[in-house]
Structure formats: C-alpha cells, structure tokens
Design a protein. Structure first.
Length: 133
C-alpha cells in the first residue's frame, strides 16, 4: 500500500482490484479522527494520480490528486506545503450509511504534513509505477 504518515496521522491507499478502472481501499487517521472507505476510481484519474505522484517526488512541484467518480466520496491532495520542502497530505473520504429509512453521511476530513523523503517510498509502490501514464 501507499502509506504517508506524520506522528499518529496517516493515510493509506491500496489498489484492491483493477478491471480497467481501480477499486481502492482508503484508511485515514488524523489527530484522533479516523475513517475507512472502499470505492471505485476511473482509470484516467487513477493513472494521472500515479504519474503526478512520481512527478512530485522528482520535482517537489505540482500536486497529485485522487478523486472518486463521486468527488464527495474521495478527494486526496498531496502537494508542497511551503517553500521549505514540506509536503501536505489533505482531503476527505466518506459515504452514506443506510439505517432503517434514513441515510446518514459518514466522513472524515484530514490534513497533515510529511517529509519529502516519504515520496521516495511512495514512488516505489508497485501499482504507482505500473499505472503512471
């Protein structure tokens, strides 16, 4: 899995299956808030995220963004946080939970910074390399 961490905060994304589009798992912990989600992402969006992540790792410029077909369910941004080389990891993930006759929205918003050296590890994740355009 792709894992980015700072202290007790973490984002983990993994590619569960690929059938022309991606089915991914997401786990987030950020300052006491946590959440998990499993969802589909379109092939083009997923491949752009992978190639943008590799570009960010090389240049420390631009952003890598991963969204689901329904953006309110997933939006992850990895980008420069400042001119000192820190990297921000931020976003949200959520979904509706049906209970009786009502659906409730469950979600987690998150944000933390990482050292750029974590991008070196991210760039070695097999599915990142394989799906980079």
């Amino acid at each position: 899995p792709l894992r980015l961490t700072y202290g007790t905060s973490s984002l983990e994304v993994d590619l569960a299956t690929w059938d022309g589009d991606g089915y991914i798992t997401v786990a987030v912990e950020s300052r006491g808030f946590s959440g998990r989600n499993d969802l589909h992402v379109a092939a083009g969006t997923f491949k752009l995220f992978c190639s943008s992540l590799l570009s960010l790792q090389r240049t420390l410029k631009g952003e890598a963004r991963l969204t689901s077909a329904m953006p309110e369910e997933l939006d992850i941004i990895v980008a420069p946080a400042d001119g000192l080389g820190h990297i921000v990891v931020k976003g949200h993930t959520g979904y509706h939970v049906q209970m009786a006759h009502t659906a409730y929205w469950h979600a987690v918003h998150f944000g933390f910074q990482i050292e750029p050296s974590q991008l070196d590890t991210a760039a070695k994740v097999p599915w990142v390399i394989e799906h980079a355009v």
